[in-house]
Design a protein around this ligand. Structure first.
Ligand SMILES: C[S@@+](CC[C@H](N)C(=O)[O-])C[C@H]1O[C@@H](n2cnc3c(N)ncnc32)[C@H](O)[C@@H]1O
Length: 373
């Protein structure tokens, strides 16, 4: 990438996201500025995208709220972006801290842990437990990041508008962590989340609840123009810190068997009986080479062989999770929809696998869900 190409990529971002007051203004500025756009060349090839510099700048103002540039960030001020042009202040901050920014750009990539995915994941967990409602659950998340989704039963999860036909509130209605998604089809009425007695997350690079630096980077990767997402992230981190799940560093395929076996041993002891193992992944299995993904089903079949109820739930792009039936979303959603998250369920009961199902589709961040049940 040349500096001119970097400038062009900022111009394209500004055009595509013109509704984001702050980020569009910063990208318009960078599109005309060799010094700032050129910082992107410090990133690894393949990572040289405007969002990475935007995240590095966001990280800078979150850690230096006294900078003049910080007054333009709703995530720092708690107020909307003020009138005026943020570019002179942001440019000054970028150039004054160019070495620190280059270091971040060279060593990091954007990273997510989106608590609002609890909207479709809570519906998946509740429906997986529908035939074993009184059996406590051990949750194991593959590709967990900081583990925010392992707290899904502790959040207020609104699937559809309150009181609308087919809608439901799952989890803890009084929770300060509020997740919401529009219900575009089907009904989740009557679904109930089971009691969760174990929470274990597996990730190549887990973010611990007490690692302020890494949690700040996760926050920096959110967009400051989207205060609702930031508020939810901060509330979910506070909930996580109050009672953190167990996070294990490892590969979600190679290490799943040992990690899940440990998780059920602990959960069984806590529950005083055999629990239901619920393994899930959300936009994580997609990072595993396709030929390796089928191994997850083999591992879970082995764990289910003794008769333990086992469920494998996936919220992944189309074609990612192996073993799901082909269901054309257009049959269900109509021609208008092109969902990029498929909600899949595979279950083992009494040692045998039941027919796999596509339970629905959703927006990747849970802002809508269409539920087949
Ligand atoms: C896009 S993030 C999704 C995080 C979280 N599941 C969510 O939905 O917010 C993908 C996560 O998968 C992890 N990951 C990617 N490949 C992995 C692997 N082979 N084994 C374990 N974790 C992996 C990454 O480190 C990252 O934390």
């Amino acid at each position: 990438m040349t500096v001119a190409e970097a400038r062009e990529s900022f111009a394209r971002f500004a055009e595509s996201f013109s509704d984001l007051t702050l980020y569009a203004a910063i990208c318009r500025g960078a599109a005309g500025d060799d010094d700032v756009a050129g910082l992107l060349l410090a990133a690894q090839p393949g990572q040289r995208r405007p969002v990475l510099l935007l995240a590095a700048l966001h990280d800078l103002v979150l850690s230096h709220p006294d900078l003049r540039a910080a007054r333009w960030y709703p995530s720092v001020t708690g107020a909307p972006v003020p009138d005026g042009d943020p570019w002179p202040d942001v440019r000054a901050a970028a150039l004054a801290h160019a070495d620190a920014l280059r270091e971040v750009l060279a060593t990091r990539q954007t990273q997510t842990n989106e608590a609002n995915r609890a909207v479709h994941l809570a519906a998946l967990v509740a429906s997986a437990a529908a035939d074993v409602p009184d059996v406590p659950v051990a949750l194991v998340e593959m590709g967990t990041s900081a583990g925010l989704l392992l707290g899904l039963d502790r959040y207020r999860v609104e699937v559809g508008a309150a009181g609308a036909p087919g809608a439901a509130v799952l989890g803890d209605p009084a929770s300060p962590v509020r997740c919401h998604g529009e219900l575009r089809g089907g009904s989740v009425e009557g679904l109930r989340l089971p009691r969760v007695v174990g929470r274990v997350g597996l990730d190549l690079d887990p973010v611990r609840h007490d690692d302020d630096r890494e949690l700040r980077w996760l926050e920096a990767c959110l967009w400051p123009d989207q205060p609702e997402r930031l508020d939810r992230f901060r509330a979910a981190v506070a909930a996580l810190r109050a009672d953190p799940p167990r996070l294990v560093r490892g590969d979600m395929v190679a290490d799943l068997g040992a990690v899940a076996a440990d998780a059920v041993r602990d959960a069984d002891a806590r529950a005083g009986g055999r629990c239901h193992l619920v393994v899930f992944s959300s936009w994580a299995l997609t990072y595993v080479d396709p030929p390796r993904r089928a191994e997850v089903g083999e591992t879970l079949a082995a764990l289910a062989a003794g008769g333990r109820p086992v469920s494998w739930l996936t919220a992944e792009p189309p074609g990612c999770a192996p073993g799901l039936p082909d269901v054309e979303p257009t049959d269900w959603l109509g021609e208008a929809a092109a969902p990029d998250t498929v909600l899949g369920a595979r279950t083992w009961r009494d040692g045998a696998e039941l027919p796999a199902a596509v339970r629905g589709w959703s927006h990747p961040h849970g802002s809508w869900v269409s539920w087949r049940g």
